[in-house]
Ligand binder design. Structure first.
Ligand code: GLU
Length: 279
């Protein structure tokens, strides 16, 4: 088996909920099943959305569920120098522009359709042009299907109007420069994968392989997330939480003899089937 470096990259915007436990578990099991390492990285580059105490509470919840990372946690906020260098390189390529649109004036897919090409105007967001056909396809390691972008924005934000670096840029750069070889994450991020591959290609960075798992929904059919009111994961029964997460990932039911977190995870690692977990 070739080298496998995987990661789970939560944003510290609240406690771990069942949807984020499922994402953490999928990336953990995929890494361990393939003899790989697994890193925890906090995507903490959006201070306005960050919630105090969530780094500690997510770390503790992962430990309680036996999801123990290799090495210390990484923090995207420590990488601002490389993020800004990447931004500067993209700007030097002539593939960016400053946009002064408001949400109301943006077109389909949140793209700027105005004539925002005044490079001298520094107020505004910085957008990356993505001409038709620019987003690379990829073969999803979970579905094992070649995946093309479902929608095609003409451009997207890489530095926000408030000066903060956008998730797409920071994640594309960190995943590549930290040498992650496999990224297994929620299917809601599939559209982001095409953008991140495009950024990595423009910067001549090596891309990981990507896999997307089923989206966990609440009983209203909304993706489980803090925004849709997902409850923090219960601290009282981690074994039941892992069993539910395995069912949500469409895995086989572990035998009732798995009565501890450690026996349960050992069984789940051995029996992990990424194709069943596919989006
Ligand atoms: N930090 C982001 C999130 O929690 C993205 C994670 C990723 O790229 O895997 O949704």
């Amino acid at each position: 088996m070739s080298r496998y470096l995987g990661r789970f990259a939560p944003s510290p915007t609240g406690d771990l909920h069942q949807g984020s436990l499922v994402a953490a578990l999928a990336s953990f099991l995929d890494a361990r099943h393939h003899g790989g390492s697994w890193t925890l990285r906090f995507d903490d580059i959006d201070p306005p959305r960050q919630e105090a105490g969530s780094i500690e509470s997510i770390t503790e919840a992962l430990l309680r569920h036996g999801l123990i990372a290799d090495g210390p946690a990484q923090f995207q906020s420590n990488h601002s120098t490389r993020h800004i260098e990447a931004l500067d390189r993209l700007c030097d390529h002539g593939v960016t522009f400053v946009c002064r649109c408001t949400r109301a004036t943006l077109g389909a897919n949140g793209a700027c359709i105005d004539d925002c090409d005044d490079q001298s105007h520094s107020e505004g967001s910085i957008r990356l042009q993505s001409p038709e056909g620019a987003f690379p396809d990829f073969v999803d390691i979970c579905s094992q299907q070649r995946t093309s972008p479902a929608t095609y924005p003409a451009n997207f934000v890489i530095r926000r109007r408030d000066g903060l670096l956008a998730y797409q840029l920071a994640t594309a750069v960190d995943d590549a420069l930290d040498g992650f070889t496999h990224v297994v994450r929620g299917g809601d991020l599939q559209a982001s994968t095409h953008r991140q591959l495009y950024i990595q290609q423009l910067l001549s960075l090596e891309s990981p392989q990507y896999g997307h798992i089923r989206i966990i929904k609440d009983h209203h059919g909304n993706k489980l997330s803090k925004q849709t009111g997902a409850e923090p994961i219960s601290a009282t029964d981690p074994i039941a939480n892992i069993r539910s997460a395995l069912a949500q990932l469409n895995q086989q039911t572990p035998p009732s003899s798995c009565q501890s977190i450690s026996t349960l995870l050992t069984w789940a690692i051995a029996n992990w089937d990424r194709v069943s977990a596919k989006l």
